[in-house]
Design a protein around this ligand. Structure first.
Ligand SMILES: C=C(O[C@@H]1C=C(C(=O)O)C=C[C@H]1O)C(=O)O
Length: 454
């Protein structure tokens, strides 16, 4: 397929036009398409069925610092000023990407390819909604013509038709060695210190995270891993953000940060975890113990209240009925929350209001961030940051970038955290964190080793 057009990598500018041409395609393998594409690459799949994969950058908007949301909105409005496109609404231009957990993110290893915030309009994109898949080719610039883009669309369709429907799967690369940050002893100290701060009265909850650095026996085939995650975590989001040739950030997060369609907001509180049981009875008992647990209900309530507080100035907010979200290897307390806005808002404004929720940050948010910064000895980077898309109308959807890893060459760094409250126990919290590595760790572990280790 066509190499990325370097001359078009520049950012948004006045006078440039965005030209997009789209056609329906059949019998396409996302894995084969993704594997055939050069970086930058992005992938987004939502549990409700929208699936997008893209490569190359027609235009990318980036931002950093406290004004990053304003800068993104402004840059995006320049990108969307002059659009000449074909295709159904499903294929409208969506800027795909995300933001680092914190606005002061530094692009240091393993995050050297990742700015504090970056959203891309891919040059070549597949979009699936319902049973239909479309191929879109885009270009952005002062001198771009519809003829050029149509020719590129012909070429892209031609090379797409030559891709194999199924590539043989290379399988997981295998794990040589793992290193945990912090160690179990350090974790115990960190959690005890956090509890001291909570008891001192100036902190209610903090989510402390851990990192697992994994040396691999070979290079990870990310398109293959994403394809396997489609089957093992079918009700989760799946994403890939690969801004350069080195590192890929990817994972199957279960948690929605926010979805905005017109004035309708959908979000959720997802916090409080227990493992899945070995038998249906044990599984139901574990779920019941979670529903009955005062500590886990407290963790959940803090998240529900914080989200409701953030949204209530913007419109009419409804708390849904609490339930249990069952994933392949863990179950969580979940409360859906919806709102009808009283005025139009951009989804980035909602992301700004909500992120980080106390499911991944803490309460009060500033105090929690201070504790996270003083405690964690690794860089969260984009872990637990907002990952998703937005369009010209300001509609969009964002997941929380958890159950995720940043991988490059023969190394992958995985992240997992859990909420610490007054009655947390360091040993129990350590046990709670481990299954949160599993979605990715299982993808890295060779099948033989995985069956031994399970
Ligand atoms: C922080 C993570 O998960 C979050 C924390 C949870 C908890 O403390 O129970 C549950 C779901 C997520 O909101 C993670 O997976 O790394």
């Amino acid at each position: 397929m066509e190499p990325a057009q370097r001359e078009e990598r520049a950012g948004p500018r006045e006078g440039a036009v965005l030209v997009g041409r789209t056609r329906e395609v059949t019998d396409v393998s996302y894995r084969a398409f993704l594997a055939s594409q050069p970086a930058p690459r992005v992938h987004w799949a939502a549990p409700d069925g929208l699936e997008i994969v893209g490569s190359g950058s027609a235009v990318t908007v980036t931002a950093h610092g406290p004004d990053r949301f304003d800068s993104l909105r402004e840059a995006a409005s320049t990108v969307f000023t002059d659009v000449d496109r074909t295709g159904p609404p499903e294929t409208r231009p969506r800027l795909l990407g995300g933001l680092a957990f914190n606005e002061h993110h530094e692009s240091e290893p393993p995050w050297e390819d990742f700015p504090a915030a970056a959203f891309t309009l891919p040059q070549t994109q597949l979009t699936t909604a319902g049973d239909t898949t479309w191929l879109t080719v885009r270009a952005y610039g002062e001198d771009v013509t519809a003829d050029q883009v149509e020719q590129r669309l012909d070429a892209a369709a031609e090379s797409l038709s030559t891709l194999p429907m199924m590539r043989p799967s290379g399988g997981p690369p295998g794990v040589v060695e793992t290193r945990t940050t912090p160690s179990k002893a350090e974790w115990t100290e960190q959690v005890e210190r956090a509890i001291d701060r909570i008891e001192a009265g100036n902190l209610r909850k903090v989510v402390l995270a851990t990192a697992l650095e994994v040396d691999l026996a070979g290079e990870l085939d990310v398109p293959d891993a994403l394809e396997r995650l489609r089957r093992t975590y079918p009700n989760c989001y799946r994403f890939l953000v690969q801004p350069g040739t080195e590192a890929a950030f990817f994972g199957p997060p279960p948690e929605r940060l926010v979805k905005l369609t017109g004035q309708r907001v959908e979000t959720e509180a997802l916090a409080g975890s227990v493992p899945r049981g070995e038998t249906p009875e044990e599984d139901a008992d574990l779920a019941a113990s979670m529903l009955d647990s005062e500590k886990l209900q407290h963790e959940q309530r803090l998240v529900v209240d914080a989200i409701m507080d953030q949204l209530s100035p913007l419109g009419d907010v409804q708390e849904g009925e609490q339930g249990v979200r069952k994933l392949t290897n863990i179950q969580h307390l979940q409360t859906p929350i919806t709102a009808t806005l009283s005025a139009d808002e951009h989804v980035l404004s909602l992301v700004e209001a909500l992120h980080p929720t106390p499911a991944v940050g803490g309460l009060p948010p500033d105090k929690a961030w201070q504790v996270i910064r003083e405690t964690e000895t690794f860089d969260r980077g984009w872990y637990a940051g907002p990952i998703g898309w937005f369009d010209a109308d300001g509609d969009g959807e964002f997941a929380v970038g958890i159950r995720s890893s940043v991988a490059g060459g023969e190394t992958a760094t995985l992240f997992a955290g859990c909420g610490i409250v007054a009655d947390s126990d360091p040993d129990e919290e350590w046990e709670e964190v481990q299954p949160k590595y599993r979605p990715i760790l299982d993808e890295l572990t060779s099948d033989d080793a995985a069956t031994d280790g399970r």
